[in-house]
Design a protein around this ligand. Structure first.
Ligand SMILES: [Zn+2]
Length: 460
């Protein structure tokens, strides 16, 4: 007991609401072992500020941070306008410049930025398995290891999702030259999952899940083999219906929309996370809600790519739950993702406070709470609440900042989510370790030096 660390937060957001003078005890393994509200007796280190649970970021392609801001100029060959598909060409170009060293440096910077913004865990949807020409690395897990090392350097909790990618389109179309970097045969993929799962079975900060890139990139046979070979995997992610062209192609080749096909051919359950269910019908949403699967929304990326707007009010009405991801990392801010969700709903319905509920009337609190709770499921880790038995992943908001003047805890999350500039996140603890203090990440100087060196190489 004497090895525990104890912190007294002037305010903390617990599962049953805001409480004052909350003492949180953390064991040396990084788990919360006691939460005592209104405690003024216990000796504990005082942390002035409002403690909230850290946010899981459930959809990340860390390497894409290297191209943020470089694809916002009209391309000369885009006669019919730029689109997701023209953006993808630049993305492939950046992918082809990623060595394990570059990927490690870019991911470490991206993860440190996430921590400073209030994300304390990330699900990395990882498909850069091979060398750019498609040749496997001598160490088959070299690129996975680069990401694991980056998460360790930054200190963020990681759910690594090695991603199966085999075809360039529906109907078994051969991968293009560029896509060979992403391709693994099914047996090699299963070997990689096995190797990583064994290596990290005892790491509380690392979980190994799986991802199926999309129905475009994973043929039905491979999908079936992987799912039947890994019955006890804890989380399964898939890009499901991001682009209208993808839905049409699915109807042509599989005679069903992607979500329809998936529900017919896989036993979708609570372990599943459907990323970008952007183009879903109401019937599909109801059917997915019945499975308990999480839908991951990445509104800043979906907007940046011109994907379309997900019908979130209808999904919530069907009983569905959502998590958030920063995906391409055009923005690395949970508050920006969350406010976009509400603003999309307001623009669609011409109402305000659309996503708040009778039980949770604060829109900001509803958004943070739901994304934390569904994000925890998608990450398959014990995070997402300030509660005994969870990892001690805590974000401290500087409620002495002028932004919060005259406000109490009841309006804190609304003010933070809708009016915050991002600088309100003052301290961040992950698994009991303070990684961000006074807005600075403990390793940010070294991480930035490596990142700049890598970017010079990538953009050479
Ligand atoms: Zn994605």
């Amino acid at each position: 007991m004497s090895f525990q660390s104890r912190y007294r937060f002037t305010a903390a957001w617990l599962p049953d609401g805001w409480r004052r003078n909350v003492v949180v005890s953390v064991d040396p393994a990084g788990d919360i072992v006691d939460v005592a509200p209104e405690d003024v007796v216990t000796t504990a280190r005082l942390v002035n500020g409002a403690a909230i649970p850290g946010m899981p970021n459930v959809h990340s392609h860390a390497f894409q941070r290297s191209m943020a801001g470089l694809v916002e100029r009209r391309s000369p060959q885009a006669e019919r306008g730029d689109s997701f598909w023209t953006w993808r060409e630049t993305m492939y170009e950046h992918a082809s410049r990623m060595s394990p060293e570059c990927l490690n440096a870019v991911a470490a910077q991206c993860y440190a930025d996430m921590l400073k913004a209030g994300y304390t865990a990330v699900c990395e949807f990882h498909y850069l398995h091979n060398q750019p020409d498609g040749t496997p690395y001598a160490q088959s897990a070299a690129m996975s290891q680069a990401l694991i090392d980056a998460a360790t350097t930054a200190g963020i909790g990681l759910t690594l999702l090695p991603t199966l990618y085999q075809t360039s389109d529906f109907g078994g179309a051969e991968p293009t030259q560029r896509q060979r970097q992403f391709v693994l045969a099914t047996d090699r993929y299963l070997d990689l999952i096995d190797e990583l799962t064994r290596a990290h079975a005892q790491s509380p900060q690392i979980e190994i899940g799986i991802a199926l890139h999309s129905l475009r990139a994973v043929p039905p046979d491979a999908l079936r083999t992987v799912l039947t070979s890994l019955p006890s995997i804890k989380t399964i992610h898939i890009h499901i219906a991001e682009q209208e062209r993808e839905v049409t192609a699915s109807q042509q080749h599989l005679h069903a929309r992607p979500i329809e096909w998936l529900l017919e051919h896989a036993r979708v359950d609570k372990r599943w996370c459907l990323v970008h269910a952007t183009h879903a019908t109401l019937a599909e949403l109801k059917a997915v809600a019945a499975t308990g699967a999480v839908i991951a929304l990445c509104p800043t990326t979906e907007a940046n790519l011109g994907d379309g707007v997900f019908p979130l009010p209808a999904w919530l009405a069907a009983g569905g739950t959502f998590a958030i991801g920063s995906d391409s990392h055009i923005s690395v801010s949970p508050t920006e993702e969350l406010r976009w969700l509400e603003y999309e709903a307001r623009l669609m319905t011409k109402h305000r406070n659309v996503l708040a509920t009778q039980n949770q009337t604060s829109t900001g609190a509803m958004l943070w709470q739901q994304a934390c709770s569904a994000g925890t499921r998608a990450a398959a880790r014990k995070i997402g609440a300030i509660e005994v038995g969870r990892r001690a992943d805590i974000v401290v908001i500087d409620n002495s900042s002028p932004l919060f003047a005259g406000r109490d805890e009841d309006t804190l999350m609304d003010t933070f989510v809708f009016a915050g500039t991002g600088r309100e996140v003052r301290d961040v603890m992950v698994a009991g370790r303070w990684l961000v203090q006074e807005g600075r990440h403990s390793a940010e100087t070294a991480i930035a030096v490596n990142y700049k060196r890598a970017m010079n190489k990538i953009l050479e």
